[in-house]
Design a protein around this ligand. Structure first.
Ligand code: C2E
Ligand code: CA
Ligand code: CA
Length: 505
């Protein structure tokens, strides 16, 4: 393997590079400095080169030309084509390799197809932070070896970035064959890595894109594979997705949403709607769930299902979440005292250190009795960050605010592993409710959830009730508070106030 330090000991030869701007030279100068920092002694040629590039950077643009013999130029190309940590191909090495593999494709004769599979895992950052970069590098080496063994001569392997491995895979025309191969790669990469006495868990996500001989633009292909990988990530750890042009459209739509969100706040395009929660035993509305609405000045209504995930990933959720909380607390003052107002809070909001303080400030500003507010949190976070969440939920409840576990039944948790957490309510997800009329087991499961929840002093709300039949079946399973279109769609505050007055009359 040709490492960076070996490279540093070599003379520099032909490096004919045309820079379109001074930036190119500046970054190359920086790159060269970093490169030589790994070597004990900086060769004099290198010093000259760095200085030369730096001055080129200052000059703004240039042609850098270093002359030397041809055979070491080959060594240089080989060095940058190799990943110094794992010894497999680097990002630079992938392009020529891809051209080579693509040359053997004959789309007309259906000789074979070529796919690029990008796989990445999130755990490297934690491993580096906790155990040090050397351990992180060792993990990368183990993964590279495993993948290399698996791939054999079916393709090539590169490490393109941090924890991103890319496989250029020759595959047949059978879709099942491709899927089986990708699955094998994912499983191989996702095995825990054992180094010494410690086992490091790794959960990879993958994105697949087909390489067509007619257009091999490595950066574009890698971007598309990464886009597919991001899509896969949304379906959970360990999954993969095959690139589809629709993904690019979705990515630009997400980008548009991200830009528009900030303007939307300034233009006051957000509002809250309220959906009633109806207690069938008491025969009255006992609460309202606040649901954010965005009326874009040109595009019209945009669903929270579209913009909340974007707001979460770009950080805007902090601002939006605080606005929602404040608005809901103000609105609660205008709704009957007997009604709680439930507010959805995102994972990222809860993870913010300042969350508790924001709650305190809003309560003080509005003067609302904290008992009138309930926060809806999803179960996934509670499981992932158990210790911190236990502490946070306790502090929130100490303020007098109650907690509901939203979308119960969609995550991995069950009531047993939620039992250490303090919460007041669980909301049975619509997907459970939908199954109840077609599947007896679902009804039995709901009955068990309800009795377990009651034994933990928690109440239960069934979500997404659309028909009378669903309501009857859920009541039979022991559930008495219902939310869904059958009992009322989300409506503006003014309409909620009117409905309540009519019911009271
Ligand atoms: P969620 O918290 O599960 O809210 C319930 C969603 O189901 C709402 O969709 C509601 O309009 C819809 N729904 C209620 N009853 C029925 C029914 O009978 N049938 C059907 N098909 N749907 C019903 P919405 O308003 O589009 O909100 C979607 C999601 O967006 C919410 O799901 C919640 O996760 C998120 N969201 C909404 N507002 C906020 C907010 O202020 N903050 C945060 N962080 N998330 C919010
Ligand atoms: Ca909710
Ligand atoms: Ca829900």
């Amino acid at each position: 393997m040709f490492t960076i330090s070996q490279l540093a000991r070599h003379k520099f030869y032909r490096l004919g590079t045309v820079f379109s701007s001074g930036f190119g030279a500046a970054s190359l100068a920086m790159w060269a400095t970093t490169l030589f920092e790994t070597s004990a002694a900086l060769p004099s040629e290198a010093t000259g080169m760095v200085a030369g590039l730096a001055s080129l950077a200052g000059a703004g643009c240039a042609l850098a030309y270093f002359a030397g013999s041809d055979d070491t130029s080959e060594s240089y190309q080989k060095a940058i084509a190799t990943d110094p940590i794992t010894g497999i191909l680097s990002r630079d090495g992938l392009q020529p390799e891809l051209l080579k593999l693509a040359a053997a494709i004959d789309e007309k004769l259906k000789i074979h197809r070529l796919f690029l599979i990008s796989m990445d895992f999130d755990e490297l950052r934690d491993i580096n932070d906790i155990y040090g970069a050397e351990t992180g590098n060792a993990v990368l080496r183990v993964i590279a070896q495993r993948l290399k063994l698996l791939i054999g001569d079916a393709g090539s392997l590169a490490r393109t970035n941090g924890s991103e491995f890319v496989v250029a895979l020759k595959s047949g025309y059978d879709e099942r064959e491709l899927r089986a191969a990708v699955l094998a790669l994912m499983e191989t990469m996702s095995q825990p890595v054992r180094i010494g006495a410690v086992s490091y868990p790794v959960y990879a996500n993958g994105g697949v894109v087909e390489v067509h001989k007619s257009s091999i633009q490595i950066e574009k292909l890698l971007r598309r594979a990464a886009l597919a990988r991001t899509h896969a990530k949304a379906s959970g750890r360990g999954s993969y997705a095959i690139y589809h042009p629709e993904m690019s459209h979705q990515a630009s739509y997400r980008q548009w949403i991200e830009t528009e969100l900030t303007f939307a706040m300034e233009r006051k395009e957000f509002s809250l709607h309220y959906q009633p929660q109806f207690d069938v035993r008491k025969g009255k509305i006992v609460g309202y769930e606040a649901l954010v609405r965005w009326m874009h000045r040109e595009k019209g209504a945009i669903s929270p299902v579209e913009f909340i995930p974007v707001a979460e990933s770009c950080g805007f959720i902090q601002q939006l979440g605080s606005w929602v909380l404040k608005r809901a607390c103000h609105d609660a003052l205008r709704l009957p005292d007997s009604c709680k107002v439930s507010v959805n809070v995102s994972t990222t909001q809860l993870e913010c250190n300042d969350f508790l303080n924001t709650l305190r400030v809003i309560l003080a500003e509005t003067g609302l009795d904290p008992k009138r507010i309930e926060l809806e949190v999803t179960e996934s976070l509670l499981i992932r960050d158990h210790i911190n969440m236990r502490r946070l939920l306790r502090s929130i409840r100490e303020l007098g605010i109650s907690i509901a576990i939203d979308d119960f039944g969609t995550g991995y948790s069950n009531l047993i592993n939620l039992s250490e957490l303090e919460f007041d309510k669980i909301k049975i997800d619509k997907s459970f409710v939908d199954r109840v009329s077609v599947n007896n087991n679902s009804a039995a499961m709901i009955a068990t959830i309800v009795s377990l929840a009651h034994s933990m002093n928690a109440s239960v709300v069934a979500e997404g009730i659309e028909t009378e039949q669903q309501s009857i079946l859920l009541q039979a399973a022991g559930c008495s508070v219902m939310q869904g279109y059958y009992y009322g769609k989300p409506i503006p505050l003014s309409a909620a106030i009117t409905t309540d007055k009519q019911l009271a009359a």
